[in-house]
Design a protein around this ligand. Structure first.
Ligand SMILES: [Zn+2]
Length: 276
């Protein structure tokens, strides 16, 4: 028997054995846990146990639940931090958490550059990437920066303690692909832009974390349009509402605007956990 033919037979029998054992190659192999802390703050625990914090605005977040709000250690271990833009309700506790856990804080290149130049962060904790860039922080995990339609000024106190407005780079969203192939699109703060369709077609997210508060971000109606016409995910978590008087949109309005849809909306409360 020719060796390539023998190898093919071995491979095929392996595939058949795997199928017989109930292994499905397209299906997730473990559970992913999502903890929402209000606004855009999400703690994602991967099936392999890696912990990714996105936009950790916790200690000053009026909707962040205890015990996390008064004790960042309650978040447990953190392996990676993602920040969508420099606004305080997203950058939040990220610099402190990055330094405490000695883990990199990935965000807009311009924001990280400013934090480095200010001397707030050491270079190894504020690496640079930009939109369309992809990092592989852990085996099987891929994170890509996407466009977001928003702004990203960085407000930081100067030597006299007076806040100054600095360059914060361009706002981004993140496509987070986990070990089991499950893809999350954390949209950051954004208004409507038609390349959401491109992002959905190209990356095919299973779950979108979508802002619905309006005024600074998508309104419930905008979010419903994007969800139904462009994103078409299996799951959606509405976020970024109810933390200040401008963010008036509610999950109820989002769900009503969606009407009948194949997307399952998880209208959870801060402190709630979901498993996928
Ligand atoms: Zn913002």
């Amino acid at each position: 028997m020719k060796s390539w033919y023998r190898n093919l037979l071995v491979l095929m029998s392996g595939v058949l054995l795997a199928l017989a054992a109930g292994v499905s190659f397209a299906q997730p192999s473990g559970k992913i846990e999502i903890l929402w802390l209000g606004q855009a703050a999400m703690r994602i625990t991967t099936a392999a146990g890696k912990v990714i914090m996105v936009d950790p605005w916790v200690t000053k977040n009026p909707k962040a639940p205890e015990p996390y709000k008064s004790n960042l250690d309650a978040l447990g271990k953190i392996d990676l931090i993602l920040v969508t833009h420099a606004h305080g309700d997203h950058l939040g506790d990220a610099p402190d958490l990055a330094k405490k856990h000695k883990v990199p804080m990935w965000g807009p290149a311009g924001m990280n550059q400013s934090l480095l130049t200010l001397g707030v962060m050491p270079a190894e904790l504020v690496p640079r990437m930009n939109k369309s860039g992809t990092i592989n922080p852990f085996p099987g995990v891929k994170i890509t920066q996407t466009h977001a339609e928003h702004s990203s000024e960085l407000l930081w106190p100067n030597a006299q303690g007076k806040p100054e407005t600095l360059v914060g780079g361009e706002p981004v969203g993140f496509i987070i692909e986990l070990e089991n192939g499950f893809k999350i699109y954390h949209m950051g703060d954004t208004g409507l832009f038609s390349d959401m369709k491109l992002i959905a077609d190209y990356y095919k997210p299973d779950l979108v974390m979508i802002p619905i508060g309006g005024h600074f971000v998508l309104s419930p109606r905008d979010a419903a349009y994007a969800t139904k016409e462009w994103l078409k995910p299996k799951h959606a978590i509405p976020m970024h509402y109810g933390t200040n008087p401008f963010l008036r949109g509610t999950p109820k309005e989002y769900i009503e605007a969606l009407g009948s849809t194949s997307t399952k909306v998880h209208a959870i409360n801060p402190g709630d956990k979901l498993e996928f």
